[in-house]
Design a binder for this molecule. Structure first.
Ligand code: AMP
Length: 282
């Protein structure tokens, strides 16, 4: 498996592939790979000749410096996992300087308001960092298709908007959330959960599933109050937000309307570890 650290080396390899009419799938990650990432890579392998997986913990999308420092970094085992999967994978693992040069700053994006909801409210500047790094990575990788998890549904919608705004030709593909048997959505941050936190964590998806079951019969207010109650009674998990939002603009709602698609979104703290999840409601 080839591991690229320098952008110019990757750019030149991709140019050769594209000249030979090969399709290039791209899976951007921050590493500490798990089965959720691998499901994206497998889908990309089915739909493209070559798949490039980037492993880059992007400093500009972290609003919390402690989270950035503690973010798990496991490049050796990430490469091992990918090399066991296929020989058609290339890894891009650059340094921040390689991606940003000397000025590690993000562009201020207007994603038509998508950036101001939920994660955007609680993680100021996060989506500017996401937009900035993805624009740079797309320019380096020149992918035909790029794959993103619905685990970060708001990010997925924002990436589609980014591609539209920047008039890029890459096709953005959303992939379903991969879960533990317990229901916990896989995340690199799960590695930091202790035993008690891990035992408490299935409540997140259990709550989302109940909201989905109640969606047809209960009001939004009733569901919001019920979710708050679930977490008030829990001494390990602390609710940061729960919102039912339209998928089109991600604005949270007070009342349901006909012919509109909704999802429920949740962010929870287990100690200092922040976990997010979401579910389609209709
Ligand atoms: P990350 O390394 O956390 O930045 O994630 C890289 C990509 O993997 C993003 O598109 C995520 O949405 C996706 N991803 C992370 N966890 C999961 C999961 N449990 N199921 C599906 N996709 C995921």
């Amino acid at each position: 498996m080839h591991i690229y650290e320098k952008r110019r080396d990757l750019v030149s390899s991709v140019a050769t592939l594209l000249q030979a009419q090969k399709t290039v799938g791209f899976v951007p990650t921050m590493g500490a790979l798990h089965k959720g990432h691998m499901a994206l890579v497998e889908r990309a392998l089915k739909e493209n000749d070559i798949v490039i997986v980037s492993v880059f913990v992007n400093p500009t999308q972290f609003n919390n410096s402690e989270d950035l420092v503690n973010y798990p970094r496991t490049l050796t085992s990430d490469v091992q996992l990918l090399s066991e999967l296929s020989t058609n994978i290339m890894v891009f693992a650059p340094t921040p300087q390689e991606v940003y040069g000397e000025q590690m700053i993000s562009t201020n994006y207007d994603f038509e308001g998508l950036e101001n909801e939920m994660e955007g409210k609680y993680r100021p500047g996060h989506f500017d960092g996401v937009g900035t790094v993805l624009k740079r990575l797309f320019n380096i990788v020149s992918p035909t298709k790029a794959y993103f998890g619905e685990k970060d549904f708001q990010q997925l919608q924002i990436v589609k908007k980014l591609v539209e705004i920047e008039k890029m030709s890459v096709q953005i593909i959303g992939c379903p959330i991969f879960r533990e048997e317990s229901g916990l959505a896989l995340s690199s941050r799960n590695k930091r959960l202790n035993k008690k936190q891990l035992q408490a964590s299935p409540l997140i998806y259990k709550t989302l599933k109940q909201v989905k079951a109640d969606f047809g019969t209960k009001s939004v207010l009733e569901m919001n109050e019920w979710v708050s109650e679930q977490f008030k009674n829990d001494d390990i998990l602390e609710l940061e937000y729960f919102e039912i939002a339209k998928i089109s603009d991600l604005k949270s709602i007070k009342e349901k309307q006909k012919d509109t698609k909704y999802r429920a979104f949740i962010a929870v703290f287990a100690g200092k570890i922040r976990l997010i999840d979401n579910i389609a409601l209709n």
